[in-house]
Design a binder for this molecule. Structure first.
Ligand SMILES: NC(=O)c1ccc[n+]([C@@H]2O[C@H](COP(=O)([O-])OP(=O)(O)OC[C@H]3O[C@@H](n4cnc5c(N)ncnc54)[C@H](OP(=O)(O)O)[C@@H]3O)[C@@H](O)[C@H]2O)c1
Length: 209
């Protein structure tokens, strides 16, 4: 109980967190959440506080699995950034507690956890809801979530074509050049979504694109 918390930096977390292990654990947790048994999992709706001087928000996202002795919370800040801003839109930390004593046992950079968890949950939904034919993947947006969604969707499924559209063509082109497989860069949303079997929407837009 008296031990200092360990600190896991973004690089360490990114090296440890693998979709192959994350997806089954998340599937299990989502199942427990759906059962709504407080002995299994408690996860209240995240509380969000506006940072009105900075077009941003602070979000607190606690979770407790009593039977497994897991108590943690993610703390997240997110901001509306100007187009072309080099500042991150999202930053996050995850705190792990000892549920018996209440002390913090680990402080983890939460950005890779955010990227991979969000994408993995989308992929789990797609696995359960996907159409019989799965040829074309369309991604609207080209930021961090676009990348993590690309990674997990191409890991789980085999697509004949992957398309990307982004508000700025150069972002879409950069995205296409940064991933391993071939990606078609589309110049309009209509071109990107037409005939697609799965459409992933990962822009920061508050308006429909
Ligand atoms: N549900 C969750 O758990 C969860 C977790 C993390 C993130 N998110 C959400 O996922 C979205 C993307 O996050 P991210 O981390 O990938 O952000 P990011 O790396 O900053 O990328 C933002 C993307 O949104 C595009 N974009 C920004 N403003 C736009 C606008 N007004 N119209 C059209 N496109 C716009 C950008 O396009 P250009 O580069 O072409 O300008 C870029 O592709 C955000 O809405 C975020 O809140 C959800």
């Amino acid at each position: 109980m008296s031990r200092q918390p360990v600190f896991l930096s973004d690089g360490v977390v990114a090296g440890l967190l693998r979709y192959e292990e994350l997806i089954p654990r998340l599937e299990e947790a989502l199942g427990k959440f759906s059962l709504r048994r407080s002995s299994e999992l408690l996860q209240p709706v995240r509380s969000v506080m506006p940072l009105q001087n900075h077009s941003g928000f602070l979000g607190l996202m606690p979770s407790y699995m009593p039977n497994e002795g897991i108590l943690c919370t993610k703390m997240l800040t997110f901001y509306r950034r100007e187009a072309g801003s080099s500042l991150p839109s999202t930053q996050a930390s995850v705190l792990l507690f000892d549920p018996e004593y209440g002390n913090v046992t680990a402080v983890m950079d939460g950005l890779d956890i955010t990227h991979k968890r969000t994408a993995a949950v989308s992929a789990i939904s797609a696995k359960l809801l996907k159409p019989a034919q799965l040829d074309i993947l369309c991604i609207l947006g080209s930021g961090h979530q676009a990348l993590s969604h690309y990674e997990v969707f191409t890991l789980l499924f085999s697509f004949k074509e992957v398309r990307v559209w982004s508000r700025r063509m150069e972002s879409a082109t950069r995205f296409a050049a940064s991933v391993k497989g071939p990606v078609t860069v589309c110049s309009s949303v209509k071109e990107a979504v037409n005939g697609a079997d799965i459409i992933i929407t990962v822009t920061s837009s508050s308006e429909p694109v």
